[in-house]
Design a protein around this ligand. Structure first.
Ligand code: SF4
Length: 74
């Protein structure tokens, strides 16, 4: 079993990616763009990217995304 960590500032965020970044597909702000060059989108931060948005946040800011919000399910 893999330990799940919560990144600072992102309470309740499921983490599991490299560095404990939030998993965007569980986030209310995540969307699929259906664009081949930038298939992932983040509404909270207003960008589309080739990589998963939380990885892009980590790459550009050096910190974990702090805007994670659990998506409603069911
Ligand atoms: S707010 Fe953060 S966790 Fe949510 S989709 Fe954007 S980058 Fe991913």
């Amino acid at each position: 079993m893999t330990a799940v960590r919560t990144p600072p500032g992102a309470r309740g965020a499921p983490a599991g990616g490299a560095g404990g970044d939030p998993i965007c597909r569980f986030c209310a702000h995540y969307f699929v763009t259906w664009e081949a060059s930038t298939p992932h989108g983040c509404r909270a931060l207003g960008f589309k990217s080739r990589q998963i948005p939380s990885r892009e946040v980590r790459r550009t800011s050096g910190d974990a995304c702090r805007y994670y919000s659990p998506a409603r399910r069911g």
